[in-house]
Design a protein around this ligand. Sequence first.
Ligand code: NDP
Length: 482
Amino acid sequence: MTFEYAPAPESRAIVSIKPKYGHFINGSFVAGKKHFPTINPATEEILSHISLGGLSDVDKAVAAAQKAYTKTWSKLSGKERGKYLYRIARILQERAREFAVLETLDNGKPIRETRDIDIPLVAAHFFYHAGWADKLDYAGLGHSPQPYGVAGQIIPWNFPLLMLAWKVAPALATGNTVVLKPAETTSLTALLFAEVCQQAELPDGVVNIVTGDGSTGAAIVNHPGIHKIAFTGSTDVGKKIARAIASTDKKATLELGGKGANVVFDDAPIDEAVEGIVNGIFFNQGHVCCAGSRLILQESIADEVIEKLKVRMSKIRVGDPLDKNTDLGAINSKEQLVKIKELSAIGDAEGAERWSPQCNLSDKGFWFAPTIFTGVTQAHRIAQEEIFGPVLSILTFRTPQEAMDKANNTPFGLSAGIWSEKGSRIFWASQHLKAGVIWANTFNKFDPASPFGGYKESGWGREGGKHGLAAYLKTGKETGAK
Ligand code: NDP
């Protein structure tokens, strides 16, 4: 007997969305000149209109951030800065449901994830960094480390508020001020965060938010008043940013793409591994830079794992992101859906075998069923390129060394997973995998204390933990010390 789930929609009454938003500069909302719509990707309903920031908006925001840096923020002790961060963290917790519903509406991700993962992690990042603010001199970051000044921060649409927290919390804790640009399709929670800054009475100009598109991001990158860039997004844009700042003294951290390998050895606990595979690729619709988008299975257990995976995938509930029972929500944008469809069609054309469970997908909005491809070889584009959707490419191996060679054979090096019951095998594999983050017998676990970042085309530098703080601080000779 199977049970049907009754609809359990979360009310959206808690959010109040304005018809139009301006930029948040110097502590106030400032009207923009041009606007573009932001939509709910599950229904295509227009939620609001967002300002398209130009050079003059970025200029004003940088000027406000510079003034706040010299007049206020750099004069405060770490202890005082920490108090603001604690205050922001507590307000975020108090308003967690409002943020979760708004993020789900604007992004398309299930309420279960925004409520239980995104927003709690956002608050955790502010709490964690609040604790660091008054301890920087004793943290092994060098004698009296100093902030850079104004940080330009550009974030993507897959974890809108969480990426804001990854960027803003360490910048403020270390004494920098901020000009941040959220992604075009997901600006609403950043603009609600601006209200939190007002509520926390954060000094004017410490956080500035300029909304817009790629040209707005480029204006931030190229602005001479910006001393440090923090970017998360595609490898292509990351390369453009690296080229743009090559002849300047701007510092940068770049968190870019990935094609994470989830390696399952024949001694792995199979049922747990299947859960980890599902979490690795179908969490957040697969819009995750560190997704386990390549499953690398030992040949002797491949049939069993794939069979169990198909049974498990048949139970994934795809649909209304505001329904508390939904596992897989909407694809964030039409453009991203087109990209996922194109790369999947390339998988078909190259001879891999596609399988998806039966799903009733709505005609309105942007949807893609959870999908696996078997018979994938290393030469296939779906084994090399980031699809950034709920699509898993499955390869097999016979020897542990072959598994490592296949896992490392992409231009990326962000994440990997190892499934085995032998500790010695896990240690051996973790020493051979070229990835910034390696999970053992789990996947997609995040903590503010844990540094995150990649090798090769997955980016430069680390965010989170002590390593993440270091990226916002001048140390040694950089401070002017002899
Ligand atoms: P982008 O890298 O284009 O966007 C990330 C952020 O950078 C957005 O805020 C974007 O603005 C901004 N941006 C775009 N162009 C520039 C520029 N020249 N200078 C400075 N900032 C810029 O990602 P997309 O949203 O276009 O997604 C494209 C692909 O990138 C996806 O299909 C996916 O494969 C990958 N991706 C990877 C992510 C990751 O975390 N690794 C996150 C997001 C995407 P705007 O949104 O207005 O374009």
